[in-house]
Write a protein that binds this ligand. Structure first.
Ligand code: ADP
Ligand code: MG
Length: 402
């Protein structure tokens, strides 16, 4: 077909620079093509080479990925882009566009899976959140929307195991040039994309919120089996529905809602049984149904009652680690309250109210400050921006670096 047949010691050649890439392993495979681990003999380096299928649509999309990543690489210094994958080279080999990247390790989904879907301790959730936010500040600053943030597209840097980088700008676009309407992977899809409402960089912050929750829970927060199921879960867990003006102006509202006496009501009767059936499945049963990931359900978390799965409950009632000392339990409880408050600003239906990366990075969950009342970020002005730069670089309560 449109793939190259790759085998160990197969050599890809950049005809321009005469650089050779010797295939050593296959790292990933997708609709776009394949990712190979390659050895560069001249520098004795290992890199990841994404080899795009020989088809015009993929070629164009991959060229956009090259230009966006090159722009990020040029515009920002090493420190600023330390949580974004580095593009090293690109070339055409036998009609295939090839892009070489720094070699990274496992992705966050694999990490969650290795941990048996039990979720990570809060200090790790915080550390990863900080780093993804750092990348998102830079991405938004460049006027880019990533459009496909999810655990699979966040990779652990191979050397330092606890440092992560955002990859896969294959769906990314410039803010203000939002051409496609069918974007983002379903579990991480924002309400405005789902409903067909003009979208902005705020869609990445929705996905980010979903990822933070998943890092803690070990399971996706909104594991919608369909778009309808997805919306139904959002409404259940967030305890509200999207604001009326969004529903009024969105293109797909009628696919989901019926207007009764001027009030939008989810058309749910038909779907209720299907949704209930899915929610009652165990993780294993759900996977057996060829769904990609297990789901938060009645039997998986036996404390969760389908009728009142609220965000607060999902986080606060998540089983505590065993053998915690009393003061550790108190600390954990306080941290969980912070996490709920943090998530509330991210999985916010109204994209205009959803926090920006800078606003989110000043939240007590990230800064380590005490949370006395719900966080209310100041508007994003130049002044806050300057202050934030200082906070981001030097205030470092998590113990690690960004
Ligand atoms: P797609 O657009 O098909 O999702 P990605 O860029 O996400 O393509 O790459 C697909 C997979 O290849 C990733 O999920 C990851 O497992 C692997 N991969 C991609 N880039 C790298 C890299 N720099 N280092 C190691 N593995 C990578
Ligand atoms: Mg990907």
């Amino acid at each position: 077909d449109n793939d190259l047949i790759l085998y160990v010691n197969y050599i890809l050649i950049n005809a321009g620079s005469k650089q050779r890439y010797i295939v050593k392993d296959l790292l990933g495979q997708g609709t776009f093509g394949q990712v190979a681990k390659c050895w560069v003999p001249e520098t004795d380096n290992y890199v990841a080479v994404k080899i795009i299928k020989n088809q015009p649509a993929y070629y164009q999309q991959a060229l956009a990925e090259v230009s966006i990543l090159s722009m990020l690489n040029q515009k920002f210094n090493t420190d600023e882009r330390r949580h974004i994958v580095r593009i090293l080279d690109y070339f055409v080999y036998q009609h295939h566009l090839c892009i070489s990247f720094e070699l990274l390790g496992a992705n966050l989904y694999e990490l969650i899976k290795m941990n048996q879907f039990r979720g990570f301790p809060l200090n790790i959730v915080r550390r990863f959140s900080m780093q993804i936010l750092h990348a998102l500040v830079v991405i938004k600053d460049a006027g880019i929307i990533h459009c496909d943030l999810k655990p699979e597209n966040i990779l652990v840097a191979s050397s330092a195991g606890s440092d992560i980088k955002v990859i896969d700008f294959g769906s990314a676009c410039l803010e203000g040039r939002t051409v496609y309407s069918y974007i983002q992977s379903r579990y991480y899809r924002s309400p405005e994309v789902l409903l067909g409402y003009p979208y902005t960089a705020a869609i990445d912050m929705w996905s980010f919120g979903c990822i933070v929750a998943e890092l803690f829970l070990g399971l996706p927060l909104f594991a919608g089996a369909s778009e309808f199921d997805l919306l139904q879960r959002m409404i259940e867990i967030l305890g509200a529905q999207p604001p009326d003006d969004l529903l009024r102006d969105a293109q797909n509202t009628n696919n989901f809602f019926k207007q009764v006496g001027g009030i939008y009501r989810l058309e749910d009767e038909v779907y209720k049984d299907v949704i209930r059936a899915y929610c009652a499945l165990t993780a294993e049963e759900y996977e057996a149904k060829e769904c990609k990931k297990p789901v938060i359900g009645k039997r998986y978390f036996n404390y969760v009652n389908l009728e009142d799965v609220k965000l607060e409950d999902v986080i606060e009632k998540y089983p505590y680690r065993k053998n915690l000392a009393e003061e550790e339990v108190t600390k954990e409880t306080l941290e969980r309250l912070k996490l709920v408050d943090f998530l509330r600003g991210l999985v916010e239906f109204d994209p205009a109210k959803r926090w920006s990366p800078l606003q989110a990075s000043r939240h007590p969950f990230i800064t380590g400050e005490a949370l006395t009342c719900p966080y209310n970020p100041p508007p994003e002005t130049q002044q806050i921006r300057a202050m934030q730069t200082i906070t981001v670089d030097h205030h470092n309560p998590g113990g690690g670096h960004w």
